[in-house]
Ligand binder design. Structure first.
Ligand code: CDP
Length: 231
């Protein structure tokens, strides 16, 4: 039984969410995004001509995502450089974001999305997707919607929103379901499931995840509106 969350949050409450845009001067667009102690910077380069030329698509552009976690971001020093995990998360990010980017508007080019996790307490792929979506908007890359992402899961017998590392590691290990969803149209572009869950619990988790994504979407809109006006 998981009676009370370690940090006293309600079961369907996310950690404090903060978002800021235009934080990296030399990038086309950028954002800082944090979910509690999970903190990420995203920076965009492009659209720029894709090289080598033989991989250019005359019909559409490409979104390329690079995810990295700094060595000091976790308790056990993380080995620097891309591991299998980092490469996989880069692909997960691309799949979550690209469906909402109007890639036909910039053929033969690439938009590079770099995310750097400098403090990790679970949910780093979700925070990276939230930051990247904001950074793409800040860069003026044409998109049909923003993407919000959060992890939902089952800790003990409870469905919980936005798991911490301590919750992920609870007892035999929690069930972790990172979800990415477009803010306006509520299309799910990414869902992973690590663990076991019944169908009814899964449906409840999706509802809780949607609520979490909507909260993030509202904040994303707010910070963009503050700088650029209507979104
Ligand atoms: O971060 P996310 O939940 O998207 O991905 P994960 O691979 O399930 O990792 C969960 C958490 O484990 C990370 O957020 C870190 O807090 C931690 N971790 C770690 O301590 N050392 C690593 N080399 C990788 C992850």
């Amino acid at each position: 039984m998981y009676k009370k969350r370690f940090d006293n949050r309600k079961f369907d409450e996310s950690r404090p969410i903060e978002a800021t845009i235009s934080v990296v001067e030399n990038a086309t667009g950028s954002a800082h995004f944090s979910l509690g102690n999970t903190k990420v910077i995203a920076a965009i380069e492009g659209p720029k001509t894709l090289h080598p030329r033989r991989i250019q698509d005359p019909e559409r552009g490409l979104v390329r995502c690079t995810y990295d976690m700094m060595s000091f971001s976790v308790d056990d020093r993380k080995r620097p450089g891309p591991s299998r995990r980092e490469i996989e998360i880069g692909l997960v990010m691309k799949n979550a974001l690209q469906p909402f980017v109007l890639i036909k508007e910039f053929p033969k080019t690439v938009v590079d999305v770099y995310t750097e996790v400098y403090q990790a307490d679970a949910g780093t792929r979700c925070a990276s997707i939230c930051a990247a979506s904001l950074a793409l908007a800040d860069a003026g890359v044409p998109m049909r919607d923003l993407v919000a992402s959060v992890s939902v899961g089952k800790v003990g017998d409870k469905i919980v929103l936005d798991l911490t590392k301590k919750e992920e590691d609870y007892e035999e290990g929690a069930t972790d379901i990172p979800i990415s969803m477009s803010g306006r149209t509520k299309e799910i572009s990414h869902l992973q499931l690590d663990g076991c869950i019944t169908l009814d619990e899964f449906k409840k988790a999706l509802d809780v995840g949607e609520k979490g994504c909507q909260e993030i979407y509202e904040l994303q809109k707010k910070v963009l509106k503050e700088k650029y006006g209507g979104v």
